[in-house]
Design a protein around this ligand. Structure first.
Ligand SMILES: CC(C)(COP(=O)(O)OP(=O)(O)OC[C@H]1O[C@@H](n2cnc3c(N)ncnc32)[C@H](O)[C@@H]1OP(=O)(O)O)[C@@H](O)C(=O)NCCC(=O)NCCS
Length: 229
């Protein structure tokens, strides 16, 4: 199976030691896409979701190649996330036509999470914020970055999804949007802090802070969290 070409590059929101590969959904030829078997959970999904799964796997495979793991493609873990090959950690995201995967060696990285969120209409942002962000979080981001409401909500959700993808495989349990808060979002460093508000595991207690990176590019917010070992 050919995994070429890869011509797109999304903003980097991860340290240089993390391998990241991005593609547009349309970029993958049908023959290559159709050669990737769909897990049963995706057989009834829309064609767009099936393609997103497949392009995410191709990005993941290419990112694995870049750290020396050849011919591997993550299956689906029982937690719904990718089942990364032994010795690796990674994360996949897709938003509209953008798809990205990031991978690192487990000896270097204990957890990895990336996310892309579209900046929505104000009405949709209000609806998303009612489930996923507090007023304090939203106004904190608006003030710090001088961005509008919808951009602030997209950033907070992307940061929380990155945190979830990073920590869920480690803690082995679900946690909700209000179990962490996004704070200290700084434009000068393009970094944010995610603070746990509950204990997720003995190693991940309430009050723990992890740092992530963000980029606002066009109509999308990109976030990444990489926890070095
Ligand atoms: C799972 C979730 C984080 C995915 O984020 P999203 O922005 O909706 O969607 P994205 O396209 O960016 O990411 C989808 C990818 O996430 C990955 N993913 C799904 N479940 C995962 C898990 N438990 N652990 C790690 N990665 C996971 C998968 O790779 C999936 O793509 P794939 O099915 O094609 O492989 C989100 O849908 C969700 O359920 N959130 C609720 C829980 C939460 O975020 N809590 C916040 C805590 S502060």
């Amino acid at each position: 199976m050919s995994l070429e070409p890869f011509v797109m590059s999304l903003p980097r929101v991860l340290p240089a030691w993390v391998s990241q590969v991005s593609m547009y959904l349309e970029e993958l030829d049908d023959a290559t896409a159709n050669a990737i078997a769909l897990p049963s959970a995706y057989l009834m999904a829309t064609p767009e979701r099936q393609r997103a799964y497949r392009v995410g796997r191709v990005c993941a495979s290419r990112a694995l190649e870049q750290i020396g793991v050849r011919g591997a493609m993550p299956a689906v873990h029982e937690n719904g996330g990718p089942a990364w090959p032994n010795g690796t950690v990674g994360s996949i995201t897709h938003a509209m036509s953008l798809v990205a995967a990031a991978v690192a060696a487990r000896r270097q990285c204990c957890g990895l999470g990336i996310d892309i969120e579209p900046i929505t209409s104000l009405e949709k942002a209000h609806s998303l914020a009612s489930r996923g962000a507090t007023t304090g979080e939203v106004f904190g981001v608006m003030e710090n970055l001088q961005v509008d409401y919808a951009t602030a909500v997209a950033l907070i959700l992307a940061a929380k999804h990155s945190l979830y993808k990073c920590l869920h495989p480690q803690v082995g349990r679900s946690f909700s949007y209000l179990d962490a808060s996004i704070e200290n979002v700084q434009g000068s460093t393009a970094r944010f802090r995610a603070r746990l508000k509950v204990m997720l595991s003995p190693a991940w207690v309430g009050g723990t802070i992890v740092t992530g990176q963000f980029d606002i590019a066009g109509d999308f917010v990109h976030t990444g969290i990489a926890i070095p070992c």
